[in-house]
Design a binder for this molecule. Structure first.
Ligand code: UD1
Length: 346
């Protein structure tokens, strides 16, 4: 069983990927500092997996501690690097926190991986690197625009750092950069999903909290965009489909040439409006989501969705869940966290 180190493995996408890794015959080892995840995820992972995955509760910026993990786990076959801050608005308020955490942790990780002879890395990038593209759908060749936020810039910098490894002539790392579109949904068990600390910034967890009465109303940020119903368009990808793309990336890396470094878009390849998402949620779950139309959110782009052909053809990846599936799983998950987690908190 190949051992894979999963930084941020207690987070939203990380925890779903830990499950998929186990299913695919890998042994996941989690590194997480719990800065944006709830410790209860470990017990819930144990329930789904039937065993408790190995956890190192450390910060990836701590080189000594990370080095010690690689020393102890001396046969790591690859790394999936999720650990990063990801709130666009917060990054505008605290840019250095984002540059330090997201960029520095990658540099530390690369040093430690090289020291221990671990070559394969799958990196969490984002469609944010495209900014507002001139043409849709975006392919991996679509030119990047200036990042709208420090968060977006950290993803561009990290991509550049990983691509630059190829130029060193050492041919050491083999890299897959996955550009996620908008991850949504929860694991089918109903006990693993997105658990934002505090009021969520992202659309789908906000919809679920409004539907469950924990928040009074959803504000749709703008209905005057140039789209069919005036609200923004995104490409919403089920988190379990996204998780699977990491497994297929590891398998792709095994066969890839020495200095491989490839970018893949991971989205369904179809756009949906904000209002469309809300209506899907209401329809599949039979609940109302009170909403009002508000002003545009600064930094938002009008529309983006993926051309996912490269991932389909080269990774052999194919999304199998629909937006309706994702919305159903989110509601099941919301009901679980309302009962098990929120109600227990003071
Ligand atoms: C942003 C980032 C993305 C990042 C993701 C993770 C950009 C351009 N995108 O995605 O890279 O991976 O956050 O945090 O930087 N909306 C509402 N009301 C709400 C919340 C959201 O109308 O209360 C709308 C937004 O205006 C947007 C859509 O819903 O049109 C999706 O928003 P959100 O879930 O925050 O994701 P992005 O901003 O697309």
């Amino acid at each position: 069983m190949k051992k894979i180190l999963v930084t941020g493995g207690a987070g939203y996408i990380g925890s779903c990927t830990v499950i998929e890794l186990h299913k695919a015959g890998y042994t996941p080892v989690i590194v997480d500092n719990f800065s944006n995840s709830d410790k209860s995820v470990m017990a819930r992972l144990e329930k789904v997996l039937g065993f408790s995955p190995k956890l190192y509760a450390i910060d990836c910026n701590d080189k000594e501690k990370l080095d010690a993990v690689f020393e102890l786990e001396n046969d790591i076959a690859g790394v999936i690097h999720f650990a990063a801050h990801k709130a666009v608005g917060e990054s505008v308020q605290k840019p250095n926190m984002y540059y330090y955490n997201n960029v520095n942790s990658l540099l530390v990780l690369l040093d430690v991986m090289q020291k221990h002879g671990v070559k394969n890395i799958v990196f969490s990038s984002s469609c944010t690197v495209y900014g507002q593209p001139d043409a849709l759908p975006v392919t991996e060749e679509t030119p990047e625009k200036t990042a709208e936020s420090p968060y977006g810039f950290t993803k561009q910098i990290c991509e550049r750092i990983l691509k630059d490894q190829k130029q060193t002539g050492q041919n050491f790392f083999k890299t897959v950069l996955l550009r996620y579109f908008n991850p949504v949904g929860a694991h089918e068990s109903g006990i693993i999903g997105e658990l934002p600390l505090g009021v969520p910034n992202n659309l789908v967890p906000y919809i679920a909290l409004v539907a469950s009465g924990k928040l009074p109303m959803l504000t749709v940020f703008g209905d005057d965009y140039n789209t069919p119903d005036g609200s923004c368009i995104r490409d919403y990808i089920h988190v379990c489909d996204l998780a699977l793309a990491h497994i297929q990336s590891l398998q792709w890396l095994d066969k890839a040439p020495e200095n491989a470094c490839e970018v893949f878009n991971i989205g369904v390849g179809k756009g949906e409006t904000v209002l469309g998402c809300i209506h899907t949620f209401e329809k599949v779950n039979g609940v109302k989501v009170p909403l009002k139309i508000g002003a545009r959110r600064s930094g938002d782009i009008e529309k983006i969705y993926a051309d996912n052909q490269k991932a389909l053809q080269e990774l052999g990846w194919k999304p199998k869940y629909t937006l309706a599936d994702a919305m159903q799983s989110v509601w099941k998950w919301q009901q679980f966290i309302d009962e098990q987690i929120h109600n227990k908190k003071p």
